[in-house]
Design a protein around this ligand. Structure first.
Ligand code: ZN
Length: 271
């Protein structure tokens, strides 16, 4: 698996704005209306976000992010908006260059086991190439990530410094892209997918098996997951029983067949 760190300032700014506003349907009218009041820079964010979503709708997210990561055929309107942003350099202690180096050095150490875990739990093949866009973060504890596209696989990652735990964060996003790629799997009813993945990585049973986080009882994991992601409460609660069973079953097959067997796989599939 080749890890490519993509370092393109406009791409990073775009990811940062998307990460800030969240998914398109999560932005409230109130938030967008407030932008004008909050000043020029914030107003620009909202304009960029708006234009970005128009372009994603027009091109599809894979083509959109590919054009930005290649630096080719970028929408001129979006580019001119991005150029107007002032860019603050961060006062982080670990440089992006150092984090890139550590990811590229450390991720391959887990490759063999990741390959096995992806195959046995999800029936997925480890991709040959993953593109990671690293975002600046000035905060000490905050870290977040998002899956951008599956063709090519692009993941946006904001971490203040590299720790082994970052492997789990990358894997969580990678799983989103692989699920997205697989059209026969249930549509992302977002709460279900998040709740399910949280039982595997970054803190779940897969992360524990890989040895990147300490062992945790499934009830504790449930408490942690819903604290970090309160909207997944109902889905997490439902899945807890199934995951307990799954964890205690040998020759259990993939989680998809297990969920199907227990009539717990959402019925709706992707278009
Ligand atoms: Zn997620």
């Amino acid at each position: 698996m080749k890890i490519v760190i993509i370092d393109k300032p406009y791409l990073e700014r775009l990811c940062k704005i998307q990460n800030f506003f969240g998914p398109a349907d999560a932005v409230t009218a109130k938030m967008l209306e407030g932008a004008e009041f909050l000043g020029k820079e914030f107003y620009l964010y909202s304009k960029i976000y708006e234009q970005m979503n128009l372009e994603i709708n027009r091109l599809g997210k894979n083509n959109f992010w590919k054009s930005f990561s290649d630096g080719k055929n970028i929408d001129p309107k979006l580019l001119s908006l991005l150029k107007k942003l002032s860019y603050r350099s961060s006062n982080r202690t670990t440089s992006i260059r150092e984090i890139s180096r550590q990811i590229q050095n450390n991720l391959p150490k887990f490759e063999k086991n990741i390959k096995k875990e992806l195959q046995t739990n999800f029936g997925f093949t480890l991709p040959t190439k993953i593109g990671i866009i690293l975002g600046n973060t000035t905060s000490i504890s905050h870290s977040s990530a998002s899956a951008l596209s599956y063709e090519p696989i692009l993941i946006y990652l904001e971490i203040p410094s590299y720790k082994t735990k970052a492997v789990g964060v990358i894997l969580h996003e990678l799983l989103h892209t692989l699920i997205d790629q697989n059209k026969s799997l249930p549509a992302d009813s977002n709460t279900f997918e998040e709740a399910l993945l949280d039982y595997f990585v970054p803190n779940g049973i897969m992360a524990q098996k890989l040895g990147i986080v300490p062992k945790m009882k499934l009830n504790e994991l449930f408490e942690k997951n819903i604290k970090d992601r309160p909207y997944s409460l109902a889905a997490s609660k439902k899945l807890l029983k199934i995951i307990k069973k799954y964890n205690n079953t040998s020759h259990r097959g993939t989680i998809w067949s297990f969920l199907k067997l227990h009539d717990s796989l959402p019925k709706k599939t992707k278009q």
